[in-house]
Design a protein around this ligand. Structure first.
Ligand SMILES: *Cc1c(COP(=O)(O)O)cnc(C)c1O
Ligand code: SF4
Length: 351
């Protein structure tokens, strides 16, 4: 932290010295690549590959999918380092606008799997509810960056058709709250939604897929912990850490609060070129996760979404990484390497 604060220390320190609520953290988030570069003392006009490439292309990429980065996350980036693995996940670059004929708008077949608005049913026994389109950070590699979120339900009335479908389908035993990010919703709405599911006898597990605790750890506050501890159905939080440096003190303290409230903690990461595609990066991430009682669940191969292909890592390299991890770490610390193939009945293991 001390080193991170040396450049532009005044603005970072001034911004982060006063504790703010998670809602305020969302409101004050950094919303342009230019502002992020200024903060980190980077020259956004530097040529690729060191910089962000052609600035007007990078700006076009931002207009497709805006930059959105909470200060709490930016403060963990290294000033002056354009290759910082945290920065790379959120800074729009010209490569996003490269012509990529293989890039798709809906690479995982979400739209074909929709049963009622916002309810995706792809696999036996579990359904995924797109609760909101909002996220607390915009990840440049996101497979849902082109999802038509305006059609997703986003409140009690709008969730009712999905809830009725879940209540009537006895083949289901698990509901995944996803998005966007469910933890960008207010706790009264979440408490209501989780309570509806908690009251269904056939629903045996409730899962929350979220990256909010990574970027705005103060989201794990008392009003969230209240509904977590009040839920009888086992609650699984599947977090999304991609790099060991994302686990700072505030974040690991938030994980501990979640765990003490009774949630089981898992992590899914995405394998990203230039971010976490070395053995060292993967090993450090997995070890730090298990140090904090989070089990690595999945390591995803990139979904080939338009605008993200510069993050792609070959399957051969991915398999090598996993094999090396397996020889160095206990089995529970090694994630399953998978890819999502549209139309398949589960995630597809890569071996
Ligand atoms: C990934 C996904 C799931 C969860 O799959 P698991 O292998 O159980 O983690 C469920 N539904 C949808 C639509 C998904 O994309
Ligand atoms: S938090 Fe998740 S859904 Fe939101 S932009 Fe990042 S990867 Fe996509």
């Amino acid at each position: 932290m001390a080193e991170i604060l040396t450049i532009n220390s005044h603005s970072v320190e001034a911004t982060l010295s006063e504790p703010v609520s998670w809602q305020q953290a969302m409101k004050r988030a950094i919303r342009s690549g230019r502002a992020l570069c200024d903060l980190l003392g980077l020259d956004p006009w530097a040529p690729a590959p060191k910089g962000i490439g052609n600035p007007s292309l990078a700006q076009l990429a931002e207009s497709d999918f805006p930059v959105f980065v909470p200060w709490e996350y930016a403060a963990r980036m290294r000033p002056g380092d354009v290759d910082d693995p945290l920065l790379r996940q959120v800074l729009a670059v010209a490569a996003e606008r490269a012509a990529d004929p293989t890039g798709m708008l809906d690479p995982v077949g979400d739209l074909a799997a929709e049963r009622v608005p916002g309810l995706l049913h792809k696999y036996d026994s579990r359904v995924l509810l797109v609760t909101t389109g909002a996220c607390a950070v915009h990840c440049r590699y996101c497979f849902r960056r082109h999802y038509p979120y305006h059609t997703a339900p986003r409140g009690r009335e709008n969730w009712k058709p999905a809830l009725a479908t879940i209540a009537a389908d006895q083949t289901l035993d698990e509901v995944i709250l996803s998005g966007g990010d469910p933890l960008t919703l207010a706790d009264d709405a979440l408490a209501w939604l989780v309570d509806q599911l908690d009251n269904l006898a056939h629903i045996r597990r409730i899962r929350v897929h979220t990256r909010v605790p990574v970027v705005i750890p103060q989201r794990i506050n008392d009003s969230l912990l209240a509904w977590v501890s009040a839920t009888h159905t086992p609650l699984y939080f599947v977090l999304h850490f991609n790099h060991e440096r994302e686990l700072d003190t505030a974040t690991t303290a938030a994980l501990e609060r979640l765990r003490r409230a009774g949630a089981t903690l898992l992590n899914q990461a995405v394998l990203l070129r230039g971010v976490n595609d070395t053995l060292e990066a993967q090993r450090d991430l997995c070890l730090k996760l298990v140090d904090h009682h989070v089990l690595p669940y999945y390591l995803h191969q990139l979904d080939l979404v338009q605008g993200a292909l510069h993050f792609e890592v070959s399957d051969e390299h991915a398999v090598d990484l996993i094999e090396s991890l397996r020889s160095q770490l206990p089995g529970y610390a090694v994630p399953k390497l998978v890819r999502e193939v549209a139309g398949q009945h589960s995630k597809t293991p890569i071996v």
